[in-house]
Each structure stands twice: as structure tokens, then as C-alpha cells.
Design a protein around this ligand. Sequence first.
Ligand code: FES
Length: 105
Amino acid sequence: PLVRYITAEGNEYEAEVPVGNTIMQGAVDNMIDGILGECGGAGACATCHCFVDTDWSDKTGEAGDSEQEMLEAIPGADERSRLSCQIEVTAELDGVVVHLPAAQF
Ligand code: FES
């Protein structure tokens, strides 16, 4: 499935991400700046914060409780915010659009 990453500056990057990988891994593997993923996807660092495009939020689902707690501590987070390591890529997500924050801290 294709994942589209749009930076805070408006640049768009596309990556083919295998089913079962996460949106965080897709960005890191394709050297897309804006997602760091420092904890390797454990949901513990919050450096993989992204904003899921509102057209796609039904398909990506909602943050779990512990993810929600992490999101609340991130400056600039809003109702579109997710930890991209907690979003697994599925066939249904082909073409999904995520917006990247200007910075991860
Ligand atoms: Fe650390 Fe997502 S990679 S919370």
C-alpha cells in the first residue's frame, strides 16, 4: 500500500509500505524526515507523532488509552494526532495521507 507523507512545509513524499509494517517504519525506511521513531515503535517516545488526514481517520481507527495519554503530552497535538508506530498498514489504507508536524519535540 502507498502511504503519502506531507511535511509541515507542504512537501509530499510517497512510500510503498508493506502490509503489517507501521506508518512510522515506512517513513524511517524511506528516510522521510519528520518522523524519528526513536523507541523503535514501542509507543514510548512520541517522536513518531503525525496527524492523520481527516479523510482517513475512519480507516486508521482511534488511539488506544496509553497512546492517548502520550498524545496529550505532545505540544501542538490535536484530535487528528496519532503515534505513527501504532498504525499498522493494511490493504485498506492504500493511499492514506498523514501530515507531519514541524518538529517532533
Ligand atoms: Fe516511539 Fe512511536 S516510535 S512512540
